[in-house]
Design a protein around this ligand. Structure first.
Ligand SMILES: NC(=O)c1ccc[n+]([C@@H]2O[C@H](COP(=O)([O-])OP(=O)(O)OC[C@H]3O[C@@H](n4cnc5c(N)ncnc54)[C@H](O)[C@@H]3O)[C@@H](O)[C@H]2O)c1
Length: 418
């Protein structure tokens, strides 16, 4: 009761103030909140692989802000009013792993996603978030899995009643399609880690912890899916649908609904964050580009560009340092009406990558936690609303189908539907 009162009082404090006059009061308040953590348990424990990246640090700041001014974050979630059984949506815990040894504060400053005025007062809280070192890359996959599972046990002991969820936020990786050929878990565990993501995902599945794969990296191999299904561990993924592709699904669905024929679609992105730099490597970009490209034909039900004998859906991503995380995207959409007469549409999105992504991560962690509690495991195609390439069979394609699938999934979680 006292802990609840202190947390509520803390939430009523102003969001942004001059750091010099509030820091001592804030420190006192945070110490009280930290002390109360042992008695009041978070609803969800987000275990983030890549916790010091642009999205990971933004999620960490969200967890701090949720304690101080919950409505400012809850109003940006799609799940704030879902899953009452999970507990207080404003009380989530964050922990995880990163290769970087730099403190959280330094990582936030370097990414430049958020102005320092928005996070400076949370620095004491952020510095206490426990981020462990990534396992050594040279170790066998089985050794990496073991090390990560050890960390997971540690985190679970710290927050025994929270539902843990692994969130994969590692950088886009090389294409490793050849792993599809592996038939058994034993074969997979003998491979010398080709994809760092795999160690985290296997550690989670083998510890009965649900997985959210926000990266474009394929981790949902048949062996992994089988294991997750058998253990009732939900797998959500892949490749978060944050900005341009989200709007592409909406517009393509709207054009399809009006029986307008899409003749071509040109999409260009510029971004200047670490993800953008990483995607300049064609081997790393190919997964993301494939995810961004395939879905248009799937939604429309025909190959865009068939009349020209080649695909006329083009997607380009360019690293452009001045933009940092403030990504810009342009779309030129050529479509036809009756008599084949051409029309055209222009879209210009000036977004913010991690600001769009962070609330989706919290939403997805809440979906995954609710699914686990409801005993629903394996790949979850119904979460296609959030992803460019939904895992599992028969994923919903159009925007309307994706929204309807979320409602059905929620009913399934509540036990109202098979
Ligand atoms: N921001 C978006 O809109 C968006 C949309 C869809 C997908 N994604 C994907 O989300 C992922 C994360 O994006 P980001 O912008 O935060 O990337 P980022 O490059 O800023 O962060 C990645 C983090 O992972 C850490 N890391 C690297 N190897 C590691 C390892 N083996 N173990 C632990 N940590 C390790 C890095 O040090 C870094 O801190 C990327 O794969 C990106 O493609 C982002």
């Amino acid at each position: 009761m006292v802990a609840h009162f202190v947390a509520a009082a803390a939430r009523r404090q102003p969001t942004v103030s001059s750091a010099t006059d509030i820091t001592p009061i804030y420190n006192d308040r945070m110490q009280t909140i930290m002390a109360s953590e042992s008695t009041s348990s978070p609803s969800v424990l987000m275990l983030i692989a890549g916790a010091k990246g642009a999205i990971g640090t933004t999620v960490a700041l969200c967890s701090a802000q949720l304690r101080q001014d919950p409505e400012s974050i809850l109003s940006g979630l799609t799940t704030a009013r879902r899953f009452a059984d999970l507990g207080d949506p404003a009380h989530i815990a964050v922990a995880g792993w990163d290769k970087l040894q730099t403190p959280m504060e330094e990582a936030l400053r370097r990414h430049g996603v958020l102005p320092e005025s928005l996070w400076r007062e949370h620095a004491p809280f952020l510095s206490r978030i426990e981020i462990r070192s990534a396992p050594p890359e040279a170790a066998l996959l089985s050794e990496q899995v073991e090390a990560i599972q050890g960390d997971m046990r540690h985190f679970l002991a710290r927050w025994p009643s929270a539902q843990p969820v692994l969130v994969n936020l590692l950088p886009a990786a090389w294409d490793i399609a050849q792993l599809h050929r592996l038939e058994t878990l034993d074969e997979m565990l003998k491979v010398s880690a080709p994809l760092p993501d795999l160690a985290y995902v296997l550690a989670a599945v083998l510890s009965d912890i649900p997985v959210v794969n926000f990266t474009p990296n394929t981790v949902e191999f048949p062996v992994v899916c089988r294991e997750a299904r058998g253990r009732g561990v939900p797998l959500a993924g892949r490749d978060g649908k944050t900005g341009q592709t989200y709007l592409k699904v909406v517009l393509a669905s709207a054009l399809k609904a009006r029986a307008l024929y899409v003749d071509g679609w040109y999409s260009l992105n510029i971004l200047g964050n670490a993800d953008g730099r990483n995607l300049m490597d064609p081997d790393r970009a190919c997964g993301k580009l494939a995810n961004k490209t395939q879905l248009l034909d799937e939604i429309l039900g025909y190959k865009v560009g068939a009349a020209y004998g080649e695909c006329s859906h083009k997607v380009h991503i360019d690293y452009y340092p001045p933009r940092g995380d403030a990504k810009e995207a342009w779309d030129v959409i050529d479509f036809k009406g009756i008599f084949g007469l051409p029309m055209s549409l222009r879209l210009n999105l000036q977004g913010r990558d991690s600001i769009l992504a962070a609330p989706m991560i919290i939403d997805l962690a809440r979906w995954a936690a609710a699914l686990k509690k409801a005993g629903i495991g394996g790949p979850i195609p119904e979460l296609g609303f959030y992803f460019k390439k939904a895992v599992g069979d028969h994923a919903p394609l159009t925007f309307q189908e994706q929204l309807a699938a979320l409602d059905c999934l929620e009913q399934k979680i509540r036990g109202e539907r098979k």
